[in-house]
Design a protein around this ligand. Structure first.
Ligand code: ADP
Ligand code: MG
Length: 752
C-alpha cells in the first residue's frame, strides 16, 4: 500500500459522514446503545499472560533462568517473541526418494538403535536403523546418548535432517505418539484448540519457526513453549482501532501472532509481519505524541515579542551573514517563541554548520523578552567550548554570561547561583550542574540542550521545572548527528525539527583517503611536511568500545610511540576522556595556541575542539567507527583557510566495510553519509540504542518500513485530531498498550 492510498482509505473510514454505520446482518443503523450491548471482550483475561514462563510444564529453575536472560519472563513475553526466520519444511519425503546432501523430513519406524562407542570423550553417536514402506535408512544423532534407550523398535518418528555418506544425520526429531497422524502433512497446528498438547510435526514439517534463542535454551524448547503460550493470544487486547486495521487490511492482534509463530505459508508470514510492524510503529509514535501532549497540557510557555532591540544589532555585528538555512531556522524559532506553548525544537546540523549561532540567537531572544537563557552541554569540555564561542560571538555586547560545571570553584559557584536567582545574570552555560536542585533561576525562559540524545527524559523534565511557576522554558535541542529523515520520526517524533544542511560559505572540502599499512610511512611524512608549513595535526586512536580506560591507555601508548619515533622532532600531546578536566582543558588550550603540533586523541575530540590551523587528521582503525562518527571526527579539520586532509587507516575485511570506507572518501554531505550508513549497517548499529534514544523494534525494520512508519504517524495525527487525546475512551486500551510496550519513559531499549 502506498502512503497516499493508505491515508485516504483510513480517512474515508474515519470520516464522520460515513455514519451511521449499518449492521451487517439486518442493515439497521448501529447506534451507540446497540454497540454497547455487544458483549465485546468480556471473555478476555489479559492477566493470564502474566504468568511466569516456569508455569509451563517441564520448565524448572534452570530453563526459567535461561529464559529470563533473554528477556522472556512471562507467557506474554513468549507470545511477543517472534521468530527471526522460518525453515520451510514441506511435507515428508519417502526414504527411497532421498538424495545425497538433501535436507528432508521422513516418517519412519525404528527397527533397532544403539549407542555407538567413540574414542572421543565429548562425542557420542546414537545410530538407528529405521524404515518406511519405501525402504530402510541408517540414521544418526550426535551427543544425545539418552536417545539410545528411548528408540525402542517399533517407535514411530519424524526425522528432519540431511542425507550424507554416513547416512541420515538427524537435526530434529519428534517421537510420534500412538494414533498420531503419521504422514506429516495434515496435522493439527492450531494452538488454540490444542493447548498444552504438542502437535506432531511442530519441529519438522511445514514452515518451522526459528525463534531468537539464548544460552542454555535450544530453539526446539523455545518453539514448544511458544506453542503452549500461544493459547493465551486470545486474551490479548487489540490496541489498534478497528477502522485502521480494516483500512490497511491488517489481521487482528491474536491472528497476527499465531500466524507469525506458526504460519501456513510465506504469505501469512508477510501479512503477520506487516501487522506487527505497523502495531509497533503505531504504538511507538503514540508514546511520543502522548508524551508531548502531556507536557503541553501541564505547562504553558512564555510568549515572546517580535525580534527586536537585542538580536537585530547583534546580527548586524556578526562578521558574516546567516546562511539561508540559518535564517530559516531563526524564523521557525521565532514562530515557536510567539505561540504561547513551550518550544520543543530540534536543530540538526553537522559540526560547523553554524548551530551555535542559532542557539545564541534564541538565547538573546529570551533576554530581550526579560527572561533568562541557559545552554546545557553533556560534558565539561563542551560546556567550556560553548562558553568561549558565546563570548566570542557576543564580542562587543555588554551581556554578562557565566559558566557552571562540576568543577566550578565553590566561591564562584555561590556567586553565580545568587545572581542567577535574582535575575541579574541573564546567560548561563553549563553541564548537568545546571539542573541540580540548588540552582534557581529568577525567570528561565529558554534552554538550549546540546547533543540532546545524551540526556535522559528525567533530566529534561528537571529542566522544564526550572521555569517560573507553571511555565516551561522553551527548549532548543541541538544535535550534530545527522539522522536520516526516516529515522528522525522514531528518534525525535516528539520534537519539531529543523535542519541546517548548507554549510557556511568559505568552507573547504576535506580531501579524504583510505589507505593501507603500506602507506603508513608516507602518511607520517605527509603530516611532517604540513607541520613544517606551520599546520597542526590530529591522530585519532581506534575505537575500543568495551572500556574508556583501555581507550585512554591506547592513546597514551600511541602518543609515546609517535613522540619517540615518527614525530620525535615535533611537539606531541595526548588527549583522552579519562584525563582530569583541568588537564584536558590545558591540552586543548595548548593545541589551540599552537604550542603543540600533533594531538593524539581518542574520539573525545569528536565534539569540542575548534582549531582552524589544524589541517590534517589521521584516523586509526577507521573501520570501527560509524560513518557519521568518522564524518564528525573529520569535521574538526577544514575549519580554517587551509586545504585539509584526512587519512584513514583501517582494515576493510568485508565488502560492506569497504563500501563504507569508500563512501566516506567520496561523500562530504553528512546526511547522505548517515543514509548510506543506515542502508549498509541497519539502524541498530548506526545509532546505538542508548546513545540515540531509538527504540529497538522487534519486528519493524528501518529504513525498510519507513513507509509504514509514515502511515502510522499520519493515522495517529488523524486520531488525535478527531479525538483530542489518545486517552479517549473511544480509542479503547490504546494508551495501556503504549505503556506496556514502551513504558512511560522515552522508548527504553527492548530486550532483543
Ligand atoms: P556548529 O555549532 O554547528 O558546529 P558553529 O556555530 O560553531 O557550528 O559554527 C562553526 C563556525 O562557523 C564558527 O566559527 C562560526 O562563527 C562560523 N559561522 C557560523 N555561521 C556562519 C555563517 N553564516 N557564515 C560564516 N561563518 C559562520
Ligand atoms: Mg558548535
Amino acid at each position: 500500500m502506498s502512503t497516499e492510498q493508505a491515508t485516504t482509505r483510513a480517512e474515508e473510514l474515519a470520516d464522520d459522514d460515513a455514519w451511521p454505520m449499518r449492521g451487517i446482518g439486518d442493515g439497521a443503523p448501529l447506534d451507540r446503545d446497540r454497540l454497547l450491548a455487544v458483549p465485546l471482550r468480556s471473555w478476555r483475561r489479559p492477566a493470564r499472560n502474566q504468568a511466569r514462563v516456569d508455569a509451563l510444564a517441564g520448565v524448572g529453575p534452570k530453563l526459567g533462568a535461561a529464559a529470563e536472560r533473554i528477556g522472556l519472563h512471562t507467557l506474554g513475553d513468549l507470545i511477543e517473541h517472534v521468530p527471526h526466520s522460518y525453515r520451510d519444511r514441506a511435507g515428508a519425503t519417502e526414504i527411497a526418494e532421498l538424495r545425497l546432501g538433501m535436507e528432508a523430513t521422513v516418517v519412519v519406524e525404528v527397527r533397532s538403535a544403539r549407542l555407538r562407542p567413540t574414542r572421543r570423550r565429548n562425542l557420542s553417536i546414537v545410530e538407528a536403523t529405521v524404515a518406511d514402506p519405501s525402504g530402510p535408512l541408517q540414521a544418526s544423532w550426535f551427543n544425545q546418548a539418552w536417545l539410545a534407550e528411548r528408540l525402542k523398535p517399533g517407535t514411530r518418528l519424524l526425522l528432519n535432517g540431511r542425507l550424507d555418506r554416513q547416512g541420515f544425520r538427524v537435526e530434529n526429531h519428534e517421537i510420534l505418539g500412538d494414533g498420531a497422524d503419521g504422514d506429516g502433512e495434515e496435522q493439527d497446528r492450531d494452538p488454540l484448540s490444542a493447548a498444552g498438547r504438542l502437535p506432531s510435526g511442530l519441529h519438522t514439517t511445514g514452515m518451522v519457526p526459528v525463534h531468537p534463542a539464548g544460552d542454555g535454551l535450544r530453539p526446539q524448547k523455545l518453539r514448544e513453549w511458544v506453542w503452549c503460550a500461544l493459547a493465551g493470544a486470545r486474551d490479548l487486547h487489540e490496541p489498534l482501532p478497528a477502522a485502521l486495521r480494516f483500512a490497511h487490511g491488517l489481521p487482528a492482534a491474536a491472528d497476527a501472532r499465531l500466524a507469525a509463530h506458526f504460519p501456513a505459508d510465506g504469505a501469512e508470514v508477510e501479512l503477520a509481519r506487516r501487522r506487527l510492524a505497523y502495531e509497533e510503529l503505531f504504538l511507538h509514535q503514540a508514546a511520543m505524541l502522548a508524551r508531548r501532549g502531556e507536557r503541553e497540557d501541564e505547562r504553558v510557555g512564555l510568549r515572546f515579542e517580535e525580534p527586536g532591540e537585542l538580536v537585530r544589532p547583534w546580527l548586524a555585528s556578526l562578521p558574516f551573514r546567516l546562511t539561508p538555512d540559518q535564517s530559516a531556522a531563526c524564523a521557525e524559532i521565532d514562530r515557536d517563541l510567539s505561540a504561547g506553548r513551550p518550544m520543543q525544537r530540534l536543530l540538526m546540523g553537522e559540526v560547523g554548520s553554524g548551530k551555535t549561532v542559532i542557539a545564541l540567537y534564541a538565547m538573546l531572544r529570551a533576554l530581550e523578552n526579560g527572561a533568562q537563557a541557559a545552554l546545557m552541554a553533556p560534558t565539561e569540555t563542551l560546556a567550556v567550548q560553548h562558553f568561549q564561542t558565546l563570548e566570542r560571538l557576543l564580542a562587543g555586547m555588554p551581556l554578562p554570561a557565566a559558566l557552571l560545571t562540576g568543577s566550578t570553584p565553590a566561591a564562584s559557584r555561590k556567586r553565580t547561583l545568587s545572581v542567577l536567582a535574582t535575575g541579574e545574570l541573564g546567560l548561563i552555560v553549563g553541564t548537568h550542574a545546571l539542573i541540580e536542585p540548588t540552582v534557581e533561576f529568577a525567570r528561565l525562559g529558554l534552554a538550549v540542550v546540546d547533543e540532546q540524545h545524551r540526556f535522559g527524559v528525567g533530566q529534561r523534565r528537571r529542566l522544564d521545572q526550572k521555569g517560573p511557576g507553571d511555565v516551561a522554558p522553551h527548549v532548543l535541542h541541538m544535535t550534530a548527528t545527522p539522522i536520516p529523515r526516516t529515522l528522525s520520526l522514531t528518534a525525535y517524533g516528539d520534537l519539531d525539527t529543523t535542519t541546517l544542511r548548507s554549510l557556511p560559505a568559505g568552507r573547504k572540502p576535506i580531501k579524504t583517503w583510505v589507505v593501507g599499512e603500506e602507506r603508513r610511512e608516507g602518511a607520517y611524512g605527509f603530516i611532517r611536511e604540513r607541520i613544517a608549513e606551520g599546520r597542526q595535526a590530529y591522530v585519532v586512536c581506534p575505537l575500543v568500545s568495551e572500556s574508556e580506560d583501555k581507550q585512554a591507555k591506547a592513546a597514551v601508548a600511541e602518543g609515546a610511540r609517535l613522540a619517540g619515533g615518527e614525530f620525535s622532532e615535533q611537539r606531541v600531546a595526548v588527549l583522552h576522556g579519562q584525563m582530569p578536566a583541568a588537564e584536558k582543558a590545558e591540552a586543548m588550550a595548548r593545541f589551540a595556541s599552537g604550542a603543540t603540533d600533533v594531538l593524539v586523541a581518542t574520539s573525545v575530540i569528536e565534539v569540542g575542539i575548534d582549531v582552524g590551523n589544524a589541517s590534517v587528521m589521521l584516523i586509526e582503525g577507521a573501520d570501527r567507527y560509524g560513518l557519521s562518527q568518522l564524518h564528525q571526527l573529520r569535521g574538526r579539520i577544514g575549519r580554517g583557510e587551509h586545504a585539509s586532509h584526512c587519512i584513514l587507516f583501517g582494515e576493510a575485511e568485508t565488502e560492506r566495510a569497504q563500501a563504507r570506507l569508500a563512501a566516506i572518501a567520496a561523500e562530504s554531505d553528512g546526511f547522505r553519509l548517515a543514509e548510506i550508513d543506515l542502508t549498509l549497517r541497519g539502524e541498530g548499529e548506526v545509532l546505538g540504542t542508548k546513545q540515540s534514544g531509538l527504540p529497538r523494534f522487534r519486528v519493524a525494520k528501518l529504513p525498510d518500513d519507513a513507509e509504514l512508519l509514515a502511515v502510522a504517524r499520519a493515522d495517529l495525527l488523524n486520531l488525535l485530531d478527531r479525538h483530542g487525546s489518545l486517552g479517549e475512551g473511544a480509542l479503547g486500551p490504546l494508551l495501556d498498550a503504549v505503556r506496556e510496550r514502551f513504558g512511560d519513559e522515552r522508548a527504553e531499549p527492548i530486550a532483543a
